[in-house]
Write a protein that binds this ligand. Structure first.
Ligand code: COA
Length: 387
């Protein structure tokens, strides 16, 4: 199968508790993406743009796409706001790839942003909650940590001993994040730290959860036949897949599998014509440690129940045979909702160009990103290869 699109530039702000507001974050990530293009790019050659954001705290719930046009300096360009909760970034990339594939445009900007830390605790819980089911989950008092805590309880009941793997996911992702200058947390932790931390929603403790972060990321997506105008080392998008499911977890057949992730992965591998053994590393949606185990199983890299042994074997560490979340993942890098799916591709852009510095995976040539909205209600999966 041929390449569907090419990433020719990528930018990223620091993730964390930041002073900057959403507009400044957006501007900084886009400026970074433009500056990263090896042979330079004129903003006037951008033909279309997509913005991924939830509008957390109400900063710009409606018409945020006009803000994108302003901050990117691309007046006149059609811009579209994509909101699929935590999967907004993955769906925005998919929209860009489709626009390029349709032959309607040859250069598209994708940007994701969220400003989360400038609201009160009560408003934060409200804005996190709006992306979950209202009738059966939110109004019953369930937070996202609460929903994932239920999934983890079921998984641990089915697979005794998997709690050690949850602790290892957190330890590993903090170790990777410690090497990422953009990460919210850049500190190593031990499995004992994970086990000893205060419980947030049993069995999940503080270190099983992603933090609440500010940040932005941006990409320039070109048609494959014009990529060489911008760089000798594009990162090609070879497959994209996406799917939606019931919003409420109780409507689904299982608590320990997200069909949307499975469907999205099947479509991505089918459109790329790859098989799983060709993938060098994964960027998966580890909003809670249990989510990384579920992702490995739903994406087809482990059988049900086996993600635990795979993780404890060291295979998913940076030096293992299938590194997972070399940038620290949502757990350590942070999770500014709209920026997350875009940020995963930023890491792929660095790794597949050999530019990831101390966290570089040697020989990385193909990668997968997996971005989930809510507790498995929407999922986007993309496959990338080095140019
Ligand atoms: N992992 C590691 N450390 C964390 C952390 C996390 N997820 N969240 C906060 N901390 C640290 C802070 O840095 C701070 O450390 P310090 O005392 O050394 O400065 C300390 O814990 C307290 O931080 P605070 O912001 O007061 O924590 P909190 O109790 O208000 O929030 C959580 C902790 C886990 C509840 C919050 O991070 C959370 O809600 N995470 C989930 C977000 C979410 O649901 N996203 C959508 C996913 S689908």
């Amino acid at each position: 199968m041929g390449h569907r699109a090419a990433i020719v530039g990528a930018g990223h702000t620091r993730f964390g508790v930041l002073d900057a507001g959403p507009r400044a974050l957006l501007r900084s990530a886009i400026d970074g993406a433009v500056a990263s293009v090896d042979r330079g790019v004129e903003r006037s050659s951008i033909r279309e743009a997509f913005l991924a954001t939830l509008g957390f705290g109400g900063w710009q719930i409606g018409n945020a796409s006009a803000v994108l046009a302003e901050e990117a300096g691309i007046p006149g360009v059609p811009t579209t706001h994509i909101e699929n909760a935590c999967a907004s970034g993955g769906f925005a990339l998919r929209a860009a790839v489709r626009a390029v594939e349709a032959g309607r445009t040859d250069l598209v900007l994708v940007a994701g942003v969220e400003k989360m830390t400038d609201v009160s605790g009560a408003r934060r819980r409200y804005w996190l909650g709006v992306s979950g089911d209202t009738e059966w989950e939110r109004l019953a008092g369930l937070t996202f940590a609460g929903v994932y805590g239920l999934l983890a309880s079921r998984y641990l009941a089915d697979h005794p001993g998997a709690d050690e793997a949850l602790a290892e996911v957190a330890r590993k992702n903090h170790e990777n994040g410690a090497l990422n200058p953009n990460a919210h947390f850049q500190k190593r932790i031990s499995r004992d730290d994970v086990r000893g931390a205060p419980r947030v929603a049993a069995p999940l403790g503080l270190y099983d959860c992603c933090p609440v972060s500010d940040g932005a990321s941006a990409l320039l997506v070109a048609a494959p036949d014009v990529a060489s105008r911008f760089t000798d080392t594009p990162v090609f998008v070879d497959g994209v897949g996406a799917a939606s499911d019931h919003l409420a977890v109780q409507e689904r057949p299982s608590l320990t599998s997200f069909p949307a992730s499975r469907w999205a992965a099947e479509e991505a591998f089918r459109t790329a014509g790859w098989d799983r053994s060709q993938v060098s590393f994964l960027e998966v949606h580890d909003c809670f440690t249990i989510a990384e185990l579920l992702a490995l199983e739903d994406l087809g890299f482990a059988s049900p129940g086996d993600a635990s042994a795979l993780t404890l074997s060291g295979a998913t560490a940076r030096s293992g045979r299938l590194p997972v979340n070399p940038d620290g993942g949502l757990k350590s890098k942070g999770h500014p909702i709209g920026a997350t799916g875009v940020s995963q591709v930023y890491e792929v852009f660095l790794q597949l160009r050999g530019a990831a510095g101390p966290r570089q995976i040697s020989g990385a040539s193909r990668a997968l990103t997996h971005n989930v909205g809510g507790a498995g209600a929407t999922a986007a999966v993309s496959l990338f290869s080095a140019g």
